[in-house]
Write a protein of this length. Structure first.
Lengths: 206, 273
């Protein structure tokens, strides 16, 4: 009886560990399929309801993203200049901007399928790229969509997304740097806030 | 026809060289930002006044299978020229695959309207002369926005001159069919980009620099066929982004005209960015 219990709890621990250590490619695949299944059935998102798409992204994806790391990458050396309080605001605003952009892209979804490229990971790797490709149903070229993930603790978190080789994070580097050069960290915060405000205003109707 | 095209491109490059003197920004990748922003505004105006409305109408009126057919038709013509560029880059298997695509799609695919080759597993590639130069080791040179075509670098502008000179559509006779084909291709290409528009509007704090940096990243990715070397990470504790910029662009502060003049000569020295 005792040994059976031990075996059982052993199994339990093993499955919890497995759930936490979902391999990065499996994680990307599971979450992508889950989100697209919802978008395929949701006429409102398909007809451009960004607000609804944002809700979907917030509930399904957020836990798998490391926004602090993303913000740090986008700010590059200016990150060090920012006080912890400023870093927090910057992260929140950048987070809102990225979520809205990603959600907007979801509302443009039209029957594309996602191809998951073969993925090999060396033992002990903590920083990987999971490659996928968006296959257009009719016209248009296929688009590579790559996720960069980093192991933080037991879980893998996405810290960069590249669309056709264009990083959604580092693409902001030069414009952030020039904003900071001209108007300081607070200037950058202000322009991010203004951008997010104007985006929120249009996200419902368009 | 051909000399006229080359001449106008040469004028454009010379103009860029002249304007190279009046540097307006601290960004080493974009020494003529003032000129570029003006040209960008001009292109945006042209787009929103004429090209985009026409593309929207086209997109709205035509059923998807027709639009797919148009895209495939021009894509098939382009494959021939992609094959030539793959050959110039020494990628022989890819070049044969491109040739195979043209043969299959031009026959079974009814003059390219149906893309059977992709279904048969022959992947579509993306190559042009600018990428070929990049592969040969020619650096970017300054970033330039040119009329109608938009984002380029000095290297890619030179590439574009050759792209246009080698373009079967632009060289087609009679002229009337040629002009109609060029317009149709432009409108169709623009229509395919309509969904991306909204995403860029949503994402960009400053559309000009967003498009510039996206273009530079995209080209870097294409030259390395999707596997560019990772940039040295400029995070809070390590490298300085200014040094990264230096790594990315060889001779960033060189005068644009000089850059254009030496762009081919340097082919065997500089490393691909």
């Amino acid at each position: 009886m005792k040994s059976l219990f031990a075996l059982f709890s052993g199994l339990l621990i093993a499955t919890t560990v497995m759930a936490q250590e979902l391999a990065p490619d499996v994680l990307v695949k599971t979450v992508t399929n889950e989100v697209l299944d919802i978008v395929r059935k949701d006429k409102e998102i398909q007809s451009g309801n960004t607000k609804k798409a944002i809700d979907l992204v917030e509930t399904k994806l957020l836990g798998h993203f490391n926004f602090t790391r993303m913000t740090q990458l986008a700010l590059a050396r200016d990150w060090r200049q920012a006080s912890p309080a400023q870093q927090k605001i910057l992260t929140d605003e950048f987070h809102a901007l990225l979520v809205r952009t990603y959600s907007k892209a979801l509302t443009e979804y039209k029957n594309q399928t996602i191809d998951f490229k073969p993925f090999v990971m060396k033992a002990g790797e903590t920083d990987v790229r999971v490659r996928t490709e968006i296959k257009q149903s009719g016209a248009g070229k296929n688009i590579e969509l790559d996720y960069y993930l980093e192991k933080s603790g037991a879980a893998w978190k996405v810290y960069d997304i590249e669309v056709g080789g264009i990083s959604l994070v580092t693409n902001y580097r030069d414009s952030f740097a020039s904003e900071v050069r001209n108007n300081g960290i607070d200037g950058l915060i202000k322009s991010l806030q203004a951008k997010n405000k104007s985006g929120e205003a249009t996200s419902v109707k368009k | 026809m051909l000399p006229a095209r080359i001449k106008s491109a040469a004028v454009a490059i010379a103009a860029v060289g002249l304007l190279g003197g009046c540097a307006t920004s601290g960004n080493p990748k974009d020494p003529i930002e003032g000129f570029n922003r003006a040209m960008f505004a001009f292109n945006e105006g042209l787009d929103s006044a004429i090209i985009k409305p026409v593309a929207k109408g086209y997109d709205h009126v035509l059923p998807s299978p027709i639009k797919t057919g148009v895209t495939n038709f021009f894509s098939n013509i382009e494959d021939l020229f992609i094959g030539v560029n793959n050959l110039l880059q020494g990628k022989v298997p890819e070049a044969f695959s491109d040739l195979g695509r043209v043969v299959i799609n031009s026959t079974v695919g009814l003059l390219g309207v149906i893309d059977f080759a992709s279904d048969a597993g022959l992947e579509k590639h993306d190559e042009d002369f600018g990428q070929t130069f990049g592969r040969w080791g020619v650096g970017n040179g300054a970033y330039v926005v040119i009329p109608v075509f938009g984002s380029r670098t000095v290297r890619d502008t030179v590439g574009l001159v050759l792209d246009v000179a080698a373009d079967p559509v632009a060289n087609h006779n009679p002229r009337r069919t040629r002009d109609m084909a060029i317009v149709l291709r432009l409108v169709n290409d623009r229509a395919n980009l309509l969904p991306a528009d909204k995403v860029v509007e949503e994402a960009a704090l400053d559309k000009y620099s967003y498009m510039r940096d996206a273009y530079l990243q995209r080209r870097r990715n294409l030259i390395h066929d999707g596997n560019p070397p990772r940039e040295v990470e400029a995070n809070a504790d390590s490298a300085d982004p200014a040094t990264n910029a230096e790594v990315q662009v060889s001779e960033p502060r060189a005068d644009a005209a000089t850059e254009a003049a030496v762009v081919v000569a340097r082919a065997d020295q500089a490393s691909p960015n």
